[in-house]
Write a protein that binds this ligand. Sequence first.
Ligand code: SF4
Length: 743
Amino acid sequence: MSTTTSHSEAPPSRAERTAHVTCPLCEATCGLEVTVRGDGREPGDVRVRGDRDDVLSRGYLCPKGAAIGELHADPDRLRRPLVKRDGVHVEVSWEEAYAEVARRLSAVQAEHGRGSVAVYFGNPSAHHLAGALYLRPLVRALGTTQVYSAGTVDQVPKMFASGYLFGDVATVAVPDLDHTDHLLLLGGNPLVSNGSMMTAPDVRGKLRRIRERGGSVVVVDPVRTRTADAATEHVAIRPGTDALLLMSLVHTVLDEGLDDLGRLAEHVSGLDEVREVVAAFPPEATAEHTGVDAATTRRLARELAAADRAVVYGRMGTTTSGFGTVASWLVDVLNVVTGNLDRPGGAMFPKAAAGQPNTRPGPRKPFRHGRWHSRVQERPEVMSELPVATLPDEILTPGAGRVRAVVTVGGNPCLSAPDSARMQEAFGSLDLLVCVDPYLNETTRHADVVLPGPSPLERPHYDVLLYQYAVRNVAHWSPAVVDTDVPQEWRTLLTLSGIAAGLGPGADVDALDDEVARQVAASYGVTAAAGLTGPERLVDLMLRGGPYDLTLADVQAAPHGVDLGPLQPRLPEVLSTPSGTVELAAEPFLRDAERLRVTLDEPVGDGLLLVGRRHLRSNNSWMHNLPALSGGTNLCTLQVHPDDAERLGLVDGGPARVVGPAGEVEAPVEVTDRVRTGVVTLPHGWGHDLPGTRGEVAAARPGVNSNLLADARTLDEPTGTATVNAVPVTVVPVSVPTLTVVD
Ligand code: SF4
């Protein structure tokens, strides 16, 4: 059965139809009520509102979800494949595009070996059913260990720390926002990002309800963000020092005897080693570095320990500043020593209905990393991936094993990875670049072949990955709302898999899909309902093999989702560490803690530090091409504190040159006391003024690419995750030439 339908012979019906779907644009997974006329591509053809009956989001939606119709109708969104001929992208048939891929990919593999082909998965792949289910078969077919993703720009330290603490990178403890009384939030701005490594629609409402029940929300951030506005306290920390503050918080809890593990005590190991490590980090020793005085740190620790139901949550700022692994580890150490891991209102383990490794019966292999290393920088693999920061090294450095071809799926590494100029140079030098992507963006402009997929309204969806981080257990199937003649992406990925495996461009996709399904069925020990194919069949298998004995039909019968209830304690069954305990003192943590301790002996610099920022209407490097999300306060400005602006001679609205370790950019200044002194911010994902791209709205307001500034060598050591926050920069005003009128 093909999931592609053609409407070339008869125009689509103009009759309205309404569907209830999950918004796939960010981690919040809100329920949308979408009403469509025709093919949804005429103005006013798509109407969106929050689904009030959705079991998770209860009617919440943000401007991005409301603009999903614009995304669907965007005239710049690709609907046919492109092949580059004489330096120009031209539309071709799918057969021509696949023939081009087959001819050139097999040539690269034959000449340079399978390891010369790299794969990069962007952030949208995680929000896409085809990406979640059919990328691994593609990697296996390519037979390469050159695998990269956007995860090594932001989130791998959290998964790595969870892997060593709990045994699996997908066993991540999320804040039980609906029941906590005290939230200590570091380096995250969920009112704007809508959550990260935490699927929680309407964070604003959840924080308000914490305050209404007498609780507290403490936000630690160098910037007074919108989340900080909604908090009971804002602590303006120096960028890049969250790990030091966390060390001092753990130190205070243990040193003052405030620790109380309760029922956790029998499930935890390594506390004595933690006690030894944190002894070197009393609040008085870290205060100058963090900018948080010792009395405040001690008070924060005491309040956390005293709260009945408290939770610590750290995100982007904690994982992108050079010590992401240590910071992520310490977040959960704090949750453990205050007795808040795995209890309602604390940090809890979701139990997803489909696909979560920690719900599978039988023994599971403990997480390990470093099974192979990158060729040039010798960085260890983590989760079978290498750091994207080192991808340019692998492409540009001559020698055996050099990467000569890249396949990207839904990503824009030329904007989103550090030292973007070098990434651009690397992508421009490839023998072959194949991109599965709906836009001609800053990365795909280098592509030899671009293969677009359907819009979010043209494909079915189930959030296999994000329900693993949901603050409530739910399941929701979204049907495709609009027919399309763009092939479903799972078929494209399987076709590429067939080409990569040497079967040629005409491989039997349905037979390949049968093989994928056979393997999934075998691993779960179940059989799918008859007649299903593609993602429907795989989701049905995973639901049947999951912890609730659901089927796809059960979930499809509930248009607003299936509510599986609040998070429940899961220790010890959720653990898969070698000891069967929460391993607080795994060797990678202790080793990197020593690297952190050394920084205490270094002088505290007085230079400016750059941090990133998010806007509610932005989503990394994409969605800048939608008119509804452009304008207003969604601006690519350099935010500077008034004192710094005066000291540096910067004026509000005037241009400034920002110079970082890897490059420089010029951006308009926005003077604001929302940033602390010594800190400047730029949003990421901008810089849409490169030739060869196609995005009329984005190009009209291009902004500048902040990732031109960060270097690609300063990384979180255990994971190789990029340091795109706390980047040292200098800022100078740019003199604007004045017009001299001569009589
Ligand atoms: S918060 Fe995220 S999931 Fe919800 S509507 Fe906005 S973009 Fe979609």
